[in-house]
Unconditional design. Sequence first.
Length: 163
Amino acid sequence: MVNIKRLIGIFVVIVFAFTFFVGCSGEQNTAAKEVTWTISIEGVKDEAISFTDIDTEKMDIREITAILKKKDGSEKEQSWKGYGIKEVLNYVNAGEYSSIVVEAGDGYSKDYTKELVESEGIILGVMVDGKALEKEDNKVQLVVKGKPGNWWIKGVAKIIVNK
Ligand SMILES: Nc1nc2c(c(=O)[nH]1)N[C@H]1C(S)=C(S)[C@@H](COP(=O)(O)O)O[C@H]1N2
Ligand SMILES: [Mo]
């Protein structure tokens, strides 16, 4: 006759092995996840911090309505979704700072005071009017509510934190 205790023992081992296998493959999936964009944050630690779209998965997405003022004088209301610069700095434990510089891949850059950075209308935009930014050179765009187009940085590549 089959030993019932032995049978239960084998069953338990199989269940454990299966759970372990599923657990591990789940972890592997996360590790292998592809990074869509990276922003280098300088001035916080000795080495630059890589802030990526994977990091934003742990943050709240924010939606703002902003008016894009074009060079030709025309205005367009847009609905942007993204991550507050203030929250990003908080996420990387930037601590005290006086201003930041936001720089694009093409070298275009601008300074932003702490006062502006702490306001609600300045975000790293990843989606406009329901569409994700997909251009290779513009996956993340700095959106600054109430400021003209030259304050909006396309293809953010670097943020420098000035102490
Ligand atoms: N990366 C990058 N972002 C940039 C610029 C630039 O040259 N490079 N020009 C700025 C200026 S001066 C303006 S007026 C707007 C132009 O936006 P538009 O092409 O949608 O009108 O983008 C701003 N953001
Ligand atoms: Mo401009």
